[in-house]
Design a protein around this ligand. Structure first.
Ligand code: AMP
Length: 620
């Protein structure tokens, strides 16, 4: 019997829908499908043969947005309008990335170190989710163009070390791009599937996946038991990759042709020429013993031996990470059954040789290392489509499960399509001083506002001892057991008070209703995410006003009249915008209030520290 699917874009029925696999990479992204005849994964290519879409977004003066190679052209000329490496910012707060802000050439907002990062381009503020959605939308358009059919159902890969927030951010980006994200798959799992590992149900294997790309290095140790993948450990360096090989060759070239660092700083086009020549040399030396080229009018010769000496310390660093990963997994080299090479930089013969010698094994390197993750995503997509009959589909949760948070937003704890049994927990705190109870409302659905989702249960956690706002730690945990029953537990960790409830989320819910809820979430994705961004900005603004008011009350006599007047003005403006502003002007007003309060907050902090120091007895 043929399968009938709903085309989510048009709402009409169609015979069969293709599910595509997407590798949403830090530098490049790719789409792959299982070829209908050969049944092998293939990467979708444009007429010119290009498969890679650079993960870069450019914002033009006229408000036009471009993605991919067209955006890449602006990297040097318009760094503040050209966003690259957005994957590094997914699900991150400013606190997480402030050490690396030199790396980014665009503006990352640092107004509130606790909240998620935003990127400012001109007058607008974008979240990493929105930026990633532009890339995914472009991939969707390309796939539809090549396949000549609508594409809505996808599998997207993420690094094995991505946490819940980063995985959820990736799902949201897909939703915003009009995609139905059926599954988030770990990149090393996808690479293993592309090589056919894990497709035999009776097999138990331990696999090391070595992934050296342009800017990042990851090593993951996986165990497959009866077709189920488990990540035993991950290690790596998020700032080590092929770019570092290029940088060492570039310094070597400068020495050879006699160019100083100062001279290079003065001459940006020479710097660019040397960098490009370095990469060209590296790539050629993967296939030849010598590279000959011309730089700055001078003939240049680099031998494979010279390159290998430069590369050795960098490769040694990756091997150290492999050792750490083995230790963390409580394993030795002898426990590893298979080694898989992923990422463009594993084409360097010395990399292959060193890794193979370290693990004492021939490595898997027959598939294109740039494409292997996307290909594995396509294999997973095919399994979900039910085309791979040998493969058991596990029970999954058909709709996301979560609770209501500030401003009526849905906070998902267990995303839809999670395998059953499944559990998740998250911590929350109180809003008011002395708050003795907390209401926990449990919802099911894909929409951002709980009012559009299905309420499953509600209870009050009472008996929380009186504490200042923000101090209690209430852990809410969800457990969906093998029978599909959801147990929700809330526990205040300082006092130990707890309460729980049990529900059967699927009770009274038909397949048609599930399908409708999914359809609605895709149709309303854009307005939903906009509303969420507005509610989040309003909540952040209210919190900042409360903190600032508290601060000026306490330190009233230490502030000048001007400082007080400016602060009150900024608070009034922000208060009005909370009622009738949009997320961009609320964000701008938060920035303004921070700019006004920062100097006196720092001044008072300094004097408080010096006062405290004076009062201290220093022991000898
Ligand atoms: P990825 O991030 O996986 O696309 O890897 C890109 C990196 O692989 C870049 O640093 C490229 O310079 C590098 N690369 C691509 N092809 C080769 C090659 N044949 N030999 C050495 N490095 C390569």
């Amino acid at each position: 019997m043929a399968k009938i699917a709903i085309n989510i874009a048009t709402g009409s029925l169609q015979q069969e829908e293709m599910i595509v696999g997407i590798d949403l990479g830090t530098t490049n992204s790719l789409i792959s499908i299982i070829h209908p005849e050969s049944k092998r994964p293939i990467v979708l290519k444009e007429y010119d043969g290009a498969a890679l879409v650079p993960s870069i977004v450019h914002f033009g003066q006229a408000g036009n947005i471009t993605v991919g190679d067209d955006a890449k052209k602006y990297l040097i000329a318009e760094p503040e309008n050209t966003i690259f490496s957005v994957k590094r910012l997914m699900g991150k707060s400013y606190n997480d990335v402030q050490q690396q802000t030199n790396f980014f050439t665009y503006k990352i907002i640092d107004d509130n170190s606790e909240s998620l990062v935003k990127i400012q381009v001109g007058e607008k503020f974008y979240s990493p989710v929105e930026l990633s959605s532009f890339i995914l939308k472009e991939l969707k358009i390309r796939a539809e163009h090549i396949l000549k059919t609508t594409v809505t159902k996808v599998v997207i890969t993420v690094p094995a070390y991505f946490n819940d927030a980063q995985r959820q951010a990736t799902r949201d980006a897909g939703k915003l791009a009009g995609l139905d994200v059926l599954r988030i798959v770990n990149e090393p799992t996808a690479a293993s599937l592309a090589y056919g590992l894990g497709l035999n149900k009776d097999e138990t294997k331990t696999i090391a996946v070595y992934d050296l790309g342009g800017g990042t290095f990851d090593i993951s140790i996986l165990r497959i038991t009866s077709g189920i993948f488990e990540v035993l450990s991950t290690n790596g360096n998020t700032y080590l990759g092929g770019d570092d090989f290029d940088a060492s060759i570039a310094s070597f070239i400068m020495e050879k042709i006699g160019v100083s660092n100062d001279a290079l700083n003065q001459n940006k086009s020479l710097a660019q020429e040397i960098r490009l020549k370095a990469e060209e040399a590296k790539i050629e030396l993967s296939y030849n013993n010598e590279f000959e080229g011309v730089v700055d009018g001078k003939v240049l010769l680099i031998t494979k031996n010279e390159f290998e000496q430069l590369a050795t310390p960098l490769i040694a660093e990756t091997i150290q990470c492999c050792k750490n990963a083995l230790t963390d997994a409580n394993l030795t080299i002898a426990d590893i059954d298979e080694v898989i090479m992923v990422g463009g930089s594993t084409r360097v013969p010395l990399v292959k040789k060193t890794v193979s010698e370290f693990f004492n094994k021939t490595v898997h390197d027959t598939l294109n290392p740039d494409e292997v993750v996307a290909m594995g995503a396509a294999v997973q997509a095919d399994i979900l489509a039910g085309n791979n009959k040998d493969f058991l589909l596990l029970d999954i949760t058909p709709l996301s499960l979560g609770i209501e948070t500030m401003g009526g937003l849905m906070d998902v704890l267990i995303p839809r399509n999670s395998k059953v049994p499944s559990k998740a927990a998250r911590q929350y705190t109180t809003q008011k001083d002395g708050q003795g109870s907390m209401r926990i409302s449990v919802f099911q659905g894909e929409r951002d506002l709980i009012k559009d989702n299905r309420k499953l249960a509600e209870f009050n956690l009472t008996g929380i001892p009186g504490m200042p706002a923000g101090l209690p730690k209430v852990e809410v945990s969800f457990l969906v057991n093998a029978d599909g029953i959801l147990v929700v537990n809330a526990k205040e960790l300082r006092s130990g008070v707890e309460q729980s409830v049990e529900v059967r989320p699927q009770y009274g819910l038909t397949d048609e209703e599930v399908e409708k809820m999914l359809l609605d979430s895709i149709t309303h994705a854009k307005s939903d995410i906009q509303t969420r961004a507005l509610v989040e900005a309003q909540t952040e603004a209210t919190q900042i006003i409360d903190t600032t008011n508290l601060f000026i009350q306490k330190n009233n006599d230490l502030l000048t009249d001007n400082e007080l007047a400016d602060t009150n003005d900024a608070i009034n403006t922000l208060q009005k915008l909370i009622v009738n502003g949009n997320k961009d002007n609320i964000q701008a007003a938060i920035e303004k209030l921070n700019e006004i309060s920062r100097p006196y907050a720092e001044r008072l902090m300094d004097s408080a520290i010096s006062k405290a120091m004076k009062g201290k007895n220093i022991l000898e």
